[in-house]
Design a protein around this ligand. Structure first.
Ligand code: TRP
Length: 337
């Protein structure tokens, strides 16, 4: 179980606070799959993080399991990567507390996500929302992760994690590996279909903007038909992120789905209208997601297999995390049991 191969360590996670989106697949999970051979990878369902916002308990349980099945349906192989549920490994909350004591009020107050989420949840600005970054730092540091694949919106969290780790190392010596945010080369940043200047997000107020990976084909096709294109008079399919954000987003999605370059896509739709283009993208996404949806459903019907995967994941993760936690407890001066 040791990291004998000396592969670099990767950790990432997604909160099961909503259904997985096309954006989470193309922007994150697809890359995780690509990294599985080269790195020692830990991928978790960040359920501890998700209760910083109120969750319906039955939904949270269902989404946690569905998310795990979907990770696997997207190609994550539990034999290669450690797939686990964050709350199954108590070391996360244990290290989280220690790190809370090495994280400054001022730095937490400056976090963009805290400011955004407290504005959105003005009636529930709880302490967990505030200390979210030190729990996330614990997630990363427990595994001595070198790289953390995240989207732009999470870079600040990896940076504060480095600050916390350096502060701790400064006092106690080299306990933690300093992680780096890892924005993979092959990543696709998928934007909302209805407001292409914003990232596609499960918390988008407009349900038309977001496509879910388990969504019914007819709903997917309908959402793409309604996708915003651009109001310029040119009316042609051409990649221009700033000038034509809607068309460029659809091109990004189409390119990721069918593996064509932007030049090939421009040629394919030369002289054809946006309507044709949007239908083609919708169909391509349906075909891209069909096997994932079917495999997720198949896995969800086999609960005992899924349980065996998350138990094994928790055991492996718990072993690695436990080593770091014991070292930390010793360094800070807790009496061994
Ligand atoms: N904060 C991340 C998000 O909202 C989820 C997350 C929790 C995470 N812990 C992590 C991501 C550790 C990377 C590493 O998407």
């Amino acid at each position: 179980m040791e990291n004998k191969t000396q592969k670099k360590v990767i950790l990432s996670g997604i909160q099961p606070s909503g259904e997985l989106t096309l954006g989470s697949y193309l922007g994150a999970i697809k890359n995780w799959v690509a990294l599985a051979d080269e790195y020692d990878c830990y991928y978790m369902m960040a359920d501890l993080h998700s209760i910083t916002v109120r969750q319906n308990p039955a939904d949270l349980r269902r989404r946690t399991l569905t998310q795990m099945a979907a990770y696997m349906a997207c190609g994550l192989d539990p034999k290669k990567s450690t797939i686990f549920v964050q709350s199954h490994v108590p070391a996360h909350t244990q290290l989280g507390w220690v790190l809370d004591c090495y994280t400054m009020f001022g730095e937490l107050s400056r976090m963009t996500q805290f400011k955004d989420k407290s504005a959105k949840n003005a009636d529930n600005i709880n302490a967990g929302l505030f200390t979210y970054p030190s729990l996330m730092a614990a997630d990363i540091l427990l595994y001595q992760a070198n790289l953390v694949p995240v989207g732009d919106d999470q870079k600040q969290h990896v940076e504060i994690c480095r600050d916390i780790a350096s502060r701790f190392n400064g006092v106690y010596g080299d306990v933690f590996t300093l992680p780096e945010p890892f924005i993979p080369k092959v990543g696709a940043r998928v934007m909302s279909l209805t407001s292409p200047e914003n990232k596609m997000s499960k918390s988008d107020k407009d349900p038309g903007g977001c496509v879910y990976i388990l969504e019914k084909p007819e709903d997917i096709v309908r959402k793409f038909k309604k996708a915003v294109t651009d109001s310029d008079t040119e009316h042609c399919v051409r990649f221009d992120r700033d000038g034509k954000p809607g068309v460029s987003n659809l091109m990004t999605i189409y390119s990721a789905a069918v593996g064509k370059t932007f030049a090939e896509i421009e040629a394919e739709f030369d002289g054809r209208g946006y309507g044709d283009f949007k239908s083609a993208v919708g169909e391509a996404v349906v075909e891209l997601l069909r096997p994932i949806r079917e495999e997720t459903e198949r896995l969800l019907a086999d609960k005992s297999y899924l349980e065996s995967v998350y138990r094994a994941g928790a055991e492996k993760a718990g072993y690695v995390a436990g080593k770091t936690l014991r070292k930390v407890y010793k360094k800070v001066g807790f009496l061994p049991r």
